[in-house]
Ligand binder design. Structure first.
Ligand code: CP
Length: 340
């Protein structure tokens, strides 16, 4: 397990942070939601470099606005798009396409910025590299300023904090024991598991009754299940798994839909695609909703992951959830810069 450097307020993932930090950050995110128009902050000359190895709408824009609200400057850096492409491997002769080694890139950026945000999805081809978060940990090793995880191979902590704050706000703090269904959904592409991992851990940590609904072959990693079970057991709750989406959604308080790839992705991607395509009926429909609210991290493919009628209903609170990304990241930046 990665142990954070106590001198730097990195945000790698919440599971390496104490309950008091998690709760303090949750409370601070909600504070920003309730106080959206504070007095303008003076330019602090702080700055954050946002390095996006993968595409984004919400994370990128909400981080830019969050930093601006704290009086800080941002740059968005997209390697390979007007910025040198990066080499990740150590000990190789760099005579191929990548121009700059990640160790120099992060070392240099650490000398310009007061924090870095990094989005770095799973490779989808090297299981050990992805599950060990080897590339993200290389960034943490090279950085001399706080690094915020903007979605790595296994975790999406910014999303998790926003999700938790949305649920607390919606249910006015009556969250423990409510039924949370994390439902797999079909998607034409093999997507990473960071969001479902973080959503599962978040709901278990909040003490919700968690049901993971997924077809066989789409289980989450054993390490994630073990961690989620340990959070759930602290609340005297156990996590349920099922391959029956309809039954899982009955009497739910929250339905959180997400597409992710199957376990065969690494060893046999063709077989994973064949299996995934057998489950195209896994989509959240109006009949699933009952009294539940609907969450999705977005982007969501309408008619594929979820029906229009669900997203268009008043029970869909996905836009509030997206708004909370801004408030959550203000809290995260305040912690990184020790403004609290
Ligand atoms: N939910 C989320 O991380 O959105 P983006 O991929 O648009 O940043």
């Amino acid at each position: 397990m990665y142990t954070p450097d106590p001198r730097l307020k990195h945000l790698f993932d919440w599971h390496v942070e104490s309950n008091s930090t998690w709760e303090e950050q949750l409370s601070r995110a909600r504070f920003h939601y309730r106080n959206p128009n504070p007095a303008p902050r003076p330019n602090t000359f702080r700055s954050i470099g946002l390095v996006f190895f993968n595409s984004s709408l919400r994370t990128r824009t909400s981080m830019e606005v969050a930093a601006a609200r704290l009086g800080a400057h941002t740059s968005t850096i997209i390697p390979g798009d007007g910025v040198w492409s990066m080499e990740w491997r150590d000990g190789v002769r760099m005579d191929g396409q990548p121009v700059e080694h990640i160790r120099e890139a992060i070392g240099v950026l650490s000398r310009y910025y007061d924090a870095l945000g990094v989005r770095l999805f799973a490779t989808g081809t090297d299981y050990a590299l992805d599950q060990n978060e080897s590339r993200f940990k290389k960034v943490l090793e090279a950085a001399t300023v706080p690094v915020i995880n903007l979605e790595s191979a296994v975790y999406h902590p910014c999303q998790a904090l926003a999700d938790a704050a949305t649920i607390h706000e919606h249910f006015r703090d009556e969250v423990k024991g409510r039924r949370f269904v994390l439902s797999w959904a079909w998607h034409p592409r093999a997507l990473p598991q960071a969001v479902p991992n973080s959503a599962l851990l978040m709901a278990a940590r909040l003490g919700m009754q968690v049901t993971l609904a997924r077809p066989k072959g789409f289980e989450l990693a054993p390490e994630i299940m073990k961690l989620a079970d340990s959070y759930a057991s602290q609340h005297g709750i156990s996590i349920t798994q099922t391959d029956d989406q309809d039954a899982a959604c009955e009497d739910a308080d929250v339905i959180y839909a997400k597409a992710w790839s199957g376990n065969m992705r690494y060893e046999n991607p063709d077989a994973e695609a064949v299996l995934r395509n057998q489950h195209q009926n896994w989509r959240i429909r109006e009949r699933h909703l009952g009294e539940a609210v609907f969450l999705h991290c977005l982007p969501a493919r309408r008619g594929v992951v979820v029906d229009d009628a669900v997203l268009n209903s008043s029970q869909a609170i996905h836009l509030l959830q997206a708004e909370f990304r801004l408030h959550a990241q203000m809290a995260i930046l305040e912690r990184a810069w020790k403004l609290l």
